[in-house]
Design a protein. Structure first.
Length: 201
């Protein structure tokens, strides 16, 4: 897997999960003394807030995966795998018990924190999308962390290139004697301002 493919895969999966978290995962109805007979819905962010927090951990891992060295990329891949596994687990908790998840949300709306309200609930499509993308993040994160050890880094892109035979600043020749003006590498005459800029009094 190339770096570009890995970044696009992890970023796309993360974006899909976050988008799905803004949509209702569970819909249902309740007959409560406080809420009455009402239709309810709970988004992923409301029913599984911990999964949304772990998605931010995946985002941090994605940045490290794209910009770090081989060891950092390996650690970033492991971080994405662990955070993705947590997202998968928390999503499964909601989808395997939609009535319980929505009942707790309904109890919060009724002012009965820690309790539950009897509801009839079903899972909406965005919930399944979130489940699939969380599982994909686990797989892609592990693959990216493993193959990222052979990717090229970013440092060579910012290295200053010197023409052949010109040498670097450390090999440009012996320092000038006090009071003597050094010659410009391009043959131009240097001014007192240039000397001051170089730290020569």
């Amino acid at each position: 897997m190339t770096k570009r493919t890995a970044v696009l895969a992890v970023g796309g999966g993360l974006a899909a999960y976050l988008l799905a978290s803004t949509q209702p995962w569970v819909r249902g109805t309740t007959r409560d003394a406080v809420l009455g007979s009402a239709a309810l819905g709970g988004t992923g962010a409301q029913l599984a807030p911990g999964a949304t927090a772990l998605a931010l951990v995946v985002a941090a891992g994605l940045v490290a995966l794209a910009s770090g060295g081989p060891r950092i990329r390996y650690a970033a891949g492991a971080t994405i795998v662990l955070a993705g596994a947590g997202m998968l687990l928390l999503t499964l908790v909601v989808l395997t018990d939609p009535a319980g998840a929505l009942g707790r949300r309904a109890a919060e709306l009724a002012g009965r924190a820690g309790g539950t309200v009897a509801v009839e609930a079903t899972v909406s499509p965005p919930g399944w999308v979130a489940l699939v993308t969380a599982g994909a993040l686990v797989f892609v994160g592990g693959w990216a962390g493993w193959s990222g050890r052979s990717w090229a880094g970013l440092s060579s892109r910012f290295d200053r290139a010197f023409p052949a035979g010109s040498g670097s600043a450390s090999t440009a020749g012996p320092p000038s004697a006090p009071g003597e003006r050094r010659a410009d590498p391009r043959g131009a005459r240097r001014s007192a301002w240039d000397e001051l800029t170089d730290g020569t009094d």
